[in-house]
Ligand binder design. Structure first.
Ligand SMILES: Nc1ccn([C@@H]2O[C@H](COP(=O)(O)OP(=O)(O)OP(=O)(O)O)[C@@H](O)[C@H]2O)c(=O)n1
Ligand SMILES: Nc1ncnc2c1ncn2[C@@H]1O[C@H](COP(=O)(O)OP(=O)(O)O)[C@@H](O)[C@H]1O
Ligand SMILES: [Mg+2]
Length: 177
């Protein structure tokens, strides 16, 4: 029974490293180190550039905001590093590590969060995390259209949960054995 309780709090989420940071080695290294230190599994990882339309779709909820135009042009200005993460309470835990959205405040309120350290501006805030389980599923589909969660749950998740995995350091992905 205890196992079941633990398992139900496990979650998938999507992390994105935004274009201002995606090719800055010390930022990438810092983010990857946090992921391992905080016991996230890196389930899938890729680099992908969104078109203007795809970025607009990704941030549809913000289409009437004053920053929408700059947000969408920024997010489609270069490749993103996308990762499917898995952990106990992954969604909230990742967002806590990221820090609040608006960098000009976050540098004072949460100076040791990722955005507090490496965010540049409220738009170019370096990192993304899904905000709910439903959003996570939707966002994972955008970057990993071939990732079949049901298959993964059946074939890969049990191995991760029983310790049968190894980190492929070059790909920076945990592979089930
Ligand atoms: N109507 C507005 C316009 C701007 N701002 C805030 O004012 C700050 C400075 O805006 P701006 O100079 O346009 O942004 P930049 O610092 O140049 O950076 P970016 O375009 O990456 O956000 C931003 O954090 C923005 O969130 C705001 O709260 N309300
Ligand atoms: N006030 C703002 N000024 C400029 N850009 C913003 C502002 N608010 C949000 N953004 C940009 O839009 C993205 C999406 O906003 P939101 O969903 O509110 O935040 P979060 O990324 O923390 O979930 C932010 O990560 C940031 O890049
Ligand atoms: Mg959001």
């Amino acid at each position: 029974m205890y196992n079941q309780v633990v398992k139900t709090s496990m979650q998938l989420t999507l992390a994105l490293i935004k274009p201002n940071a995606v090719f800055v080695p010390y930022v990438i290294q810092y983010i990857h180190k946090i992921l391992l230190d905080e016991n996230f599994f890196i389930i899938r990882r890729t680099h992908l550039r969104l078109s203007l339309d795809q970025a607009g779709d990704f941030y549809k909820e913000h289409q009437l905001k004053f920053f929408h135009n700059r947000l969408v042009s920024f997010m489609s200005s270069g490749p993103l590093e996308a990762m499917v993460l898995y952990r106990d309470d992954a969604i909230a835990h990742w967002r806590k590590l990221i820090g609040p959205t608006k960098v000009y405040q976050t540098i004072y309120s949460h100076p040791s969060s990722i955005r507090g350290i490496y965010g540049l501006t409220d738009t170019r805030n370096t990192i993304h995390g899904s905000d709910s389980p439903a959003t996570a599923l939707k966002e994972i589909k955008v970057f990993f259209p071939n990732f079949n969660i049901e298959d993964w749950k059946q074939h890969e998740e049990p191995k991760l949960m029983s310790g049968m995995f190894k980190l492929d350091e070059e790909a920076f992905v945990h592979h089930p054995l």
